[in-house]
Design a protein around this ligand. Structure first.
Ligand code: CIR
Length: 255
């Protein structure tokens, strides 16, 4: 169940990245700091053995460096998404030729919408958050596209946070790191849940890469929750992406 990733796709943030969508009140992010943090993220993936393809910024799409939302990568197939925010529509078309170099490709169609940030894959189980960005039709289409490859797709309502993976992530074995809002969801029954402190919900956006946990820097209670798992933990500063409602999972497509 624990995939070994060999590749990642990232995209450089553009100088106008602060014009992207956000609901945060953490202030306007700084471009040079963002570029430095993005570089640190790419280096961390490379240090874990991934070949990272770093795409140029996409003119007119200040959120396009959150590449995870524009495509899904499975061992068998790439899925071109249909982002739920009108302002982000078009990112998927720019990503499609890139992912098509690695996998046979299928695509979601209108009126379905789906952001990759709402999709959590654990082996052959796929959880898809029904959110402001991802609708029922998008989830149903995803289920139909993945069924031939043996995946089951379970919809989970996202009542808090932007995306499902803003609040729920797999940290290895049978364990999920979740925000308190997801502590009692019946769809997640059967998993061991590590429930983050309410003051550290952002840190649930932790990423397991080849046996190492990448977590956002500065969340000691979440780190203390994760340490008993016995995995190496690398903290990365994501302060500027956070100001744009993004984090570690959003910044790459991993496969
Ligand atoms: C947006 O609102 O779409 C971007 N500013 C943030 C997207 C973050 N992506 C993710 O969580 N997968």
């Amino acid at each position: 169940m624990n995939p070994t990733y060999t590749h990642a796709i990232c995209r450089l943030p553009a100088p106008d990245f602060a014009d992207g969508l956000t609901t945060s009140d953490l202030g306007r992010p700084d471009f040079q700091t963002m570029v430095a943090q993005h570089g640190g993220y790419v280096s961390a993936l490379q240090a874990l053995g991934l070949a990272v393809e770093v795409l140029d910024p996409l003119p007119g799409h200040p959120d396009a460096y959150f590449v995870e939302d524009a495509a899904l990568m499975f061992p068998e197939v790439a899925v071109v998404t249909r982002p739920g925010a009108a302002a982000r529509r078009g990112e998927e078309a720019a990503m499609a030729p890139v992912t098509a170099r690695h996998r046979p490709q299928v695509a979601l169609e209108a009126p379905g919408t789906l952001d990759g940030g709402d999709v959590l894959v654990i082996g052959k189980r796929v959880f898809a958050g029904r959110s402001e960005r991802t609708n029922e039709e998008g989830i149903e289409q995803l289920g139909r596209l993945l069924a031939p490859h043996g995946y089951t797709v379970t919809a989970v309502p996202v009542a808090a946070g932007l995306h499902f993976k803003s609040s729920v992530n797999w940290v290895g074995g049978n364990t999920l790191l979740v925000s308190p809002a997801f502590a009692d969801r019946e769809e997640l029954r059967g998993f061991d849940l590590l429930v983050a402190d309410p003051a550290e919900e952002y840190a649930t956006n932790t990423l397991l890469i080849n046996g190492t946990l990448l977590m956002p820097a500065g969340f000691p209670r979440t780190r203390a929750l994760l340490e008993p798992l016995g995995l190496p933990i690398v903290e990365l500063d994501t302060s500027e992406a956070r100001k744009m409602d993004g984090g570690l999972t959003c910044l790459s497509l991993r496969f």
